[in-house]
Design a protein around this ligand. Sequence first.
Ligand code: SF4
Length: 367
Amino acid sequence: MSTPLYARYPFLDAARAAVGELGVDVETLIQEGAPAVDRGRERVERALLAGRVDSETPDEWRDEDELLSYPIARILVSLLDSGAAIDKYAAAEAKTAVQRLNDDFEAGDDGLKSTTSARLDRETVLEELGLSTAIRPEANQPNREPEWFRVGVGTYLRLASGSRSDSWRLVNREVGGGDVRVAREELFALLRTAIRRRVASGLPFEGLTEGEGIVEPLADELGELRRLLSERTAVGQIDFVNRELFPPCIDNLLGKAEQGIELESFESFTLMAFLTGIGMEADEIVDFCAESSLDPEGIRYQTEYLKDDRGTQYPPPSCETLSAYGICHNENDHWKVAGHPLAYYQARLEATDDLVDWREKQAEKAD
Ligand code: SF4
């Protein structure tokens, strides 16, 4: 196997050996501010904002940068000192890996398996994840990925635990000979769990102290990531939707999407975080953004990702950050009103009488 393959699947055991063979150590990379450091920061930023880790500018990075960015991303996410950040990072690595596996297996279906060393086949990934004896294809057809697989009950229970859907419960499965029958799509879901756990294992790294030792030069990268994570605002619980009172930054983003323009990941994160922050559910946001470039599946994924059991986990970024990203133009100098889009919206709600919630209007239309 090769560096291009490990660049796409850096969590593999063999990838670790490949890092060693490159003859560079992570400490030196960090000290020199190598491209892998910047890509490592992007990796974590993408995980936190978009739930995936592939680069927005893939042509900018060599396979070597991509591979070496993985251990650096793990250091960065460890230093964030947040269990939620580690969970989201591991989930994002797993999501991206499974999308790539899907592509690679399909290429295998076309009989192209051996045409590039950057593709991973099913046998190898199962072997790498220690699942080759527990997960077996039901029938082998030449040059075609099987549609069904048999998974040992113990492995199935281990990997399916935490799945909310009833269809994963053992009583609803076809079980025989100590195996559970799963479809190809379900296999990817199980692999996603296995990869997520592989990525999360060993995190956070022990013995790293921000500002000291090998991580001292990472201060800027950490500052940026921490700002994304920790921007919280003191606004109360908002549960009211009135577009006329949205701050200009949010209204501009909505307007852009309504013109059919694809939003950058930071822009759609900001918009979704604002809409969930004012109390909207995923289905409501789908309706609210029906005439825009935002697709329902992406909205549902992003809103689910923004919330945890305790409510909104990621508020939208502050005015300062939105200004740094060029999203805020500080119209009419309204930074003076509030330092955060949610606080600004709440202040306007409190100052305006006779308001009607967009949801009420929707309900009236439906009657
Ligand atoms: S000052 Fe804040 S609320 Fe107003 S447009 Fe800028 S980012 Fe939005």
